[in-house]
Design a protein around this ligand. Structure first.
Ligand code: PLP
Ligand code: COI
Length: 354
């Protein structure tokens, strides 16, 4: 599909933008004036519509609520110094959207419908893209099942929606994390590689317990042995060990992050050796103890580059070198920001201009 997507537009009668306090923008609490919604029925996507942000009516029997046929994406729009607006690598999210759809037995959304929907809704709410340093407009596309039927079978109808919200930093400090060796986020043959709603619902109790124990985040380990590192909270996890960038290779338990992929490409451009492989907890802890591990950070759209100051495993605490002095994490954060905010030439073509 390359023709222009037909989207019915109903504009909000007034904007909430004037009441926005840029100094207090925690992640996910503020939404822009509009949202996009489309229906899937009779084997096709139709009724694309942009309308004022607000509640939607649904049957209480929809299988998204009962059986979790629901998934989402997350990406961001950035305002450049000249006022232009870009979205970072949305085609990667479009591809992953359909990977999630396939695993959850939900319909494919043609890439161009995803991209044109994002372009249209961000354009309508372009004044919501903050111009303040480190602030962005978070874009949340999602799909869910809408058949009013309690049978455990795939729905025949779905909705695709996009909502938007301006946001500051997801994490405001360096993190104290716990290596989780009891609960698991994902298992082999499961759907950890999909951005399925249930992956996040299941992560809340372990995260809450970790918070109560005084930690900011969890590092997830593999379900079988708990001996290998997988992800960190809702982000990929990366290490610099012996000057090499080391990160768990993607598999069915790990989300294939856009930030992760971008960092790997940039690290290679810096001339750094990159190892994507299984990463043992023991290897990381030993490398921290003998001073070979200089950086540990989470990498994700919401998390950006979330540096770790302290890791705990089995009750023992391992201190990382001062994150503010870390060469790699700080360099990669700056390089990525320079690209996203249009401060350097976008040689890789990662910025999709709105
Ligand atoms: N892993 C999980 C479980 C996530 O929820 C996210 C966030 O989207 C990531 C990794 C990072 O992916 P991305 O860089 O595409 O945002
Ligand atoms: C993102 O980084 O876009 C995410 O999806 C993380 C979110 C669950 C807070």
């Amino acid at each position: 599909m390359t023709e222009k997507l037909d989207i019915k537009i109903t504009k909000a009668s007034s904007s909430k933008l004037a009441g926005l306090n840029l100094e207090n923008l925690p992640f996910g609490k503020t939404f822009s004036d509009h949202m996009l919604i489309a229906d899937y029925a009779d084997g096709e996507w139709k009724n694309f519509e942009i309308l004022p942000f607000g509640d939607i009516g649904l049957s209480p029997a929809i299988s998204a609520l009962h059986y979790g046929q629901s998934f989402f994406e997350g990406l961001k729009a950035y305002r450049h110094a000249d006022g232009k607006i870009s979205v970072f690598r949305p085609y990667k999210n479009a591809a992953r959207f359909n990977k999630s759809a396939e695993r959850m037995c939900m319909p494919d959304l043609p890439e161009e419908m995803f991209i044109q929907s994002i372009a249209a809704i961000v354009d309508i709410d372009r004044d919501w893209v903050p111009s303040k340093e480190n602030y962005t407009l978070y874009i949340r596309p999602f799909m869910f099942a809408t058949d009013p039927f309690l049978g455990v079978t795939p729905s025949t109808t779905y909705k695709f929606m996009i909502i938007l919200g301006p946001t500051g930093a997801y994490f405001t400090k360096n993190l104290k994390v716990k290596i989780e060796t009891n609960y698991t986020r994902a298992s082999e043959g499961g759907f950890g590689f999909a951005k399925a709603a249930g992956n996040y619902g299941g992560s809340m109790l372990p995260a809450k317990k970790a918070l109560e124990e005084g930690f900011d985040q969890l590092i997830w380990t593999d379900a079988k042995s708990h001996e290998y590192v997988e992800e960190m909270g809702a982000a990929n996890v990366m290490f610099v060990i012996d000057g090499k960038l080391v990160t768990p290779s993607t598999r069915d338990t790990i989300l294939n992050g856009v930030t992760r992929d971008s960092i790997i490409q940039l690290a290679k451009d810096f001339g750094m050796e990159v190892e994507e492989r299984r990463v043992a907890v023991a290897e990381v802890l030993e490398a921290i103890e003998n001073g070979k591990c200089t950086d540990v950070f989470g990498a994700g759209t919401a998390a950006t580059i979330a540096q770790v100051a302290e890791i705990s495993h089995d009750g023992k605490t391992y201190l990382l070198p001062d994150p503010s002095a870390s060469v790699f994490a700080n360099k990669i954060r700056k390089t990525l920001d320079d690209i996203k905010y249009g401060r350097v030439e976008d040689v890789k073509g990662w910025n999709f201009m709105i």
